[in-house]
Write a protein that binds this ligand. Structure first.
Ligand SMILES: Cc1cc2nc3c(=O)[nH]c(=O)nc-3n(C[C@H](O)[C@H](O)[C@H](O)COP(=O)(O)OP(=O)(O)OC[C@H]3O[C@@H](n4cnc5c(N)ncnc54)[C@H](O)[C@@H]3O)c2cc1C
Length: 535
């Protein structure tokens, strides 16, 4: 092929951070031709984006690289992942260890994990290398994106500055980070919360810090709430077992590495003097910025290109990986020809409300801490402060009440009048629009080991007639369907339904104890071929 001839593919992915890489694996595993353009050849050495949720590890399980990811971990396997919250400094007598993500561990098939984002990216880059339909172009930047009714055209520039390539695709997905070129060229606007805070990020080694933190239960992160910082955190995170730390804190808008005394800032947060050997110093802007839509015709955006919010609570990367999985199966379904036009629109319908409410939960948390720190002080009234601090620690149960779901999705048979969002309770019961909880089946395997790329109808009844009806309807519509019939009483009792239709992203499209009168209508709605009445 001559260089001037356009490359042809089905999906062009711009940006090979974790989200673009995750999308490439999802598409590549489905055998969809896809091309990744990533500006950087090398991985960044900054250990941000470390906390991966149990849900994200489920993605790695289905991407066939969960073991590789766990093997890349730098911290000891038995070190509990979780945080300490302290008042004013790490030397404070006021601190607590909130229930972390282990509080919801039973509702997921995998355990959560912690490792620097560059190692996560390395695992994904390796996995893509094994997928025949996935082509990577590292060292290439997308410069122009255009679309018409028939496809998209992406123009790419090599980092050498000389070579240019044109890629023609059916769809393009911008996973190109907060300053997304794809988003900008598709004229997708953003709305944000009314704050914009400059942050410093330092990576350093310190044996002193390691030693002084031994007074706490073993944890991976340490958050300091200081009355002067208005709810923003001074934050320390462990990077590896050899005393490497990363630290972030709010700083004045005009702070630079020349005018900011970072060792003094760290000592203030620690509450004691400590020797630090700095490896990296950088700045970033903490903001909430959410794209008004995640789709413009044949152009989609995902990850930080679609949403930026503070890393408080570690939602950014995890949310982006869920975007990749949600969009990935839908793009594959459309390209394979068994989905309707509403399925691709449902990507924005499902994912955007989750991100809006996640951003709101983060800013509400900052506001709550700000109000607390202004209202209570051990210097003004010690006993009042101690009572309130006890209440703060008891109320710090964020992971338990954060339950992203798609109840109101146009491709889910959720309760009438419901909406997609993050407020809910994790349950074993199977509910339309919610993540499927794991369960052991009668043969001893976990249900997650039986799920695949197709929709799966889980059946806990001996009556074969309805299953035949389902199969026939799926076959007539050309929808791939796996039937998983099981006799486990405990799984049936936990799920509370005889029939569960599970999507390729392990969310539940429909549940019931009997089939609806029109099974074809149920399936058409689940794959975005028709609207359906949820009532
Ligand atoms: C201090 C800090 C701590 C964090 N901690 C956590 C955490 O614990 N958990 C969590 O979930 N999240 C965390 N995050 C957030 C997380 O790092 C981001 O959400 C994540 O990087 C988003 O991934 P992405 O792939 O969408 O974007 P990015 O990681 O920004 O990747 C975008 C990629 O696109 C490439 N690119 C850009 N433009 C072009 C172009 N025109 N052509 C080709 N390539 C292009 C870039 O080179 C880059 O590789 C943290 C963030 C910070 C700053």
């Amino acid at each position: 092929m001559s260089q001037s001839e356009p490359m042809r593919t089905s999906i062009a992915v711009v940006g090979g951070g974790p989200v673009g890489l995750g999308l490439m694996v999802t598409l590549g595993k489905a055998g969809i031709p896809c091309v990744l353009l990533e500006r950087s050849r090398e991985l960044s050495a900054v250990p941000k984006g470390q906390n991966l949720t149990a849900r994200s590890l489920e993605h790695f399980y289905f991407w066939d690289c969960a073991d590789e990811l766990r093997a890349a971990r730098l911290l000891p396997a038995d070190l509990p992942i979780g945080g300490i919250t302290a008042y004013e400094s790490l030397a404070s007598q006021y601190w607590y260890a909130p229930a972390g993500r282990e509080a919801v561990a039973d509702f997921f098939y995998q355990r959560h994990e912690r490792l620097p984002q560059y190692l996560t990216e390395a695992v994904l880059r390796n996995r893509i290398g094994t997928l025949d339909s996935a082509v990577t172009m590292f060292g290439w930047s997308a410069t122009e994106i255009s679309q018409d009714d028939h496809g998209v055209r992406v123009t790419a520039q090599a980092d050498s500055g000389e070579d240019r390539r044109v890629i023609d695709a059916e769809y393009v997905v911008g996973c190109d980070g907060a300053r997304s070129t794809v988003r900008e060229q598709a004229d997708i606007t953003c709305s944000g919360a009314d704050f914009d805070q400059r942050m410093v990020l330092a990576v350093f080694r310190s044996a002193d810090l390691q030693a002084r933190l031994e007074r706490f239960p073993a944890r991976t992160t340490y958050r300091v709430l200081h009355p002067e910082l208005q709810g923003y955190w001074l934050f320390f995170g462990r990077v590896d077992a050899s005393e490497t730390w990363f630290f972030h804190a709010p700083v004045p808008k005009d702070a630079t590495s020349e005018n900011l005394d970072v060792p003094a800032l760290i000592e203030r947060a620690a509450g004691f003097s400590l020797a630090c050997d700095f490896q990296h110093l950088g700045f970033w802007d903490l903001r909430v910025d959410i794209a008004d839509t995640y789709r413009q015709g044949r152009v989609f955006i995902a990850g930080d290109a679609a949403h930026s919010h503070p890393p408080y609570g570690a939602y950014g990367l995890n949310t982006g990986l869920e975007d990749a999985v949600n969009l990935g199966w839908k793009l594959a379904a459309v390209l394979e020809g068994w989905a309707g036009p509403l399925l691709l629109d449902s990507y924005t319908d499902e994912r955007r409300p989750i991100v809006v409410e996640t951003g709101q939960a983060i800013t509400d948390g900052i506001e709550r801490d700000r109000v607390f720190l202004a209202r209570y002080s051990p210097r003004r009234d010690r006993s009042e402060f101690e009572r309130a601090w006890g209440g703060l620690s008891a109320g710090d149960t964020a992971p338990a009440s954060y339950e992203p779901h798609y109840e109101g999705s146009p491709v889910v048979w959720g309760p009438a009048g419901s909406a997609c969002g993050v407020h809910g309770r994790h349950m074993f019961a199977a509910r339309a629009g919610h993540h499927l909880a794991p369960a052991l089946l009668s043969g001893g395997s976990n249900i997650f080991e039986e799920l695949g790329r197709a929709h799966t109808l889980v059946v806990f009844t001996e009556d074969h007639q309805p299953v035949r009806q389902f199969r026939d309807a799926a076959r007539a519509l050309g929808i791939p369907l796996r039937v998983l019939a099981d006799t486990s009483d405990s799984a049936r009792a936990a799920y509370g339904s005889d029939y569960i239709l599970v999507r390729p992203d392990q969310y539940i499209a429909w549940t019931g104890d009997q089939l609806p009168a029109d099974v074809a209508a149920l399936l058409r709605k689940a794959v975005g071929s028709a609207h359906g009445d949820n009532s």
